[in-house]
Design a protein. Structure first.
Length: 119
């Protein structure tokens, strides 16, 4: 078991989650149960799965949860594209967040690769 709060990948995904949660407050009210809810659910899934994986006993279990987190990152990437095209977020916000998601996804892949070598 690992302390998820000490994992840089968790810290970065947690910070991004807070940022995107705050940004979605400005989305139109009719999106509350649509795009707003979807983006929030997907973005919070990234640090949540990292935390849950860190609480598991084996590296194989941790790797599985990191894989789920990576899938959630891809989901967020698409949902942010929709938000940008609907002009709910700016191109600058989109670019910055997509860059951070790409970095997080790369970190997830590297962590999973490291775990596979220890299995």
């Amino acid at each position: 078991m690992k302390d998820f709060k000490k994992q840089i990948i968790w810290q970065r995904s947690h910070t991004l989650t807070l940022t995107i949660y705050k940004a979605t407050k400005t989305f139109p009210k009719e999106e509350l149960y649509g795009l707003t809810s979807q983006i929030r659910r997907a973005i919070v899934s990234i640090p949540t799965n990292i935390a849950e994986g860190c609480g598991r006993r084996t590296n194989a279990e941790l790797a599985n949860f990191l894989n789920i987190a990576s899938g959630s990152a891809s989901e967020v990437e698409y949902e942010l594209l929709i938000a940008k095209e609907l002009e709910y977020i700016t191109a600058e916000q989109y670019d910055g967040w997509i860059h951070e998601i790409s970095e997080i996804r790369s970190m997830l892949a590297a962590y999973m690769k490291k775990l596979r070598t220890t299995l």
